[in-house]
Design a protein around this ligand. Structure first.
Ligand SMILES: O=C(O)C(=O)C[C@]1(C(=O)O)C=C[C@@H](O)C=C1
Length: 278
């Protein structure tokens, strides 16, 4: 039985956990905060944790990426891209009466246009997860004018109605989730191989990043994402998150990493795993 820590219950992270594991017997460990999701895995209470790391509309969930780099050393074991549909949920009534909308900040960001056009006077309140918003709406039962943004499952979990569906600002809205944990995970689902690297340049000089990128170009390794994040050591110092669509063990990856090493770059492998979804 795999124990999986997730934001939850009733979140998109929970739905992702079920999707990842499929028929593999698993038990969920619901957590209020993403920090608790990581901690559960680090402490051994969970075998794996589900971490949302990027959204089509909102970009990277920087706080979660930073946890992966600075706070824990847990390899990525799998990735999937989940098409996300957002709903306005609450107690049945006219939308005009809604004065507070609660949800996860990334979810609120995915519905910015809907909120601006349909609920311009409502106060937007960030909470720890989409389902936490629904839970608070349910708990504040005596108050009117409250709504949450989240999944249909969270509405069902807390006995609330769907007041408006498909309220995300783009039909291709999707979130990239990764599964992190110390042990390699074999899932029977087909997918494409990816490797995530954290590269630090030896020094800041003209063309430094160009040199790194040209190693991948010469070795014909396809980059699928590059993003910089502060090292937190000095202002203006950055790590580069680089995802490539190749397994770590396959040629020419070992050669590319050896070349980066000879350039003086430090490279940390964040994971080599199968990715599936959109
Ligand atoms: O609150 C949830 O339902 C989550 O699983 C978190 C989260 C996120 O952090 O991006 C996951 C998917 C959606 O993009 C919105 C929120």
């Amino acid at each position: 039985m795999k124990r999986i820590s997730v934001l939850g219950p009733g979140t998109f992270s929970e739905e992702s956990a079920h999707h990842f594991l499929g028929a593999v017997p698993h038990q969920l460990i619901p957590c209020k905060l993403i920090a608790d999701v990581f901690q559960a895995v680090v402490s051994g209470r969970a075998d794996l944790g589900v971490i949302p790391i990027e959204n089509t509309l909102e970009g990277s969930v920087s706080q979660h990426l930073d946890w992966l780099v600075h706070e824990v050393d847990l390899p990525i074991q799998a990735e999937w891209v989940y098409p996300i549909t957002m709903n306005l949920i609450g107690r049945a009534g006219p939308l005009e009466g809604i004065r507070e909308v609660l949800s996860h900040p990334v979810a609120l960001g995915q519905c910015r246009e809907f909120l601006r056009a349909r609920l311009p006077r409502a106060e937007v309140i960030p909470v720890g997860s989409t389902s936490e918003g629904a839970r608070q709406v349910r708990e504040r039962a005596s108050e009117t004018g409250l709504a949450a943004i989240g999944s249909a499952a969270s509405a069902a979990l807390y006995g609330l109605d769907i007041l408006a569906g498909h309220i995300e600002d783009h039909p291709d809205n999707a979130t990239r989730f990764v599964l992190v944990g110390p042990e390699p995970l074999v899932l029977s689902r087909p997918g494409r191989s990816k490797t995530s690297l954290l590269v630090t340049l030896p020094a800041d000089f003209p063309g430094a990043l160009h040199q790194v990128l040209s190693v991948f170009a010469r070795k014909q390794v396809n980059l699928v994402r590059i993003e910089s994040r502060p090292t937190r050591k000095r202002l203006g110092n950055y790590f580069f998150f680089i995802d490539v669509d190749s397994p770590l063990s396959a040629q020419p990856m070992p050669e590319a990493l050896a070349e980066l090493d000879s350039l003086g770059c430090s490279v940390r492998v964040l994971g080599s795993y199968l990715s599936h979804g959109v």
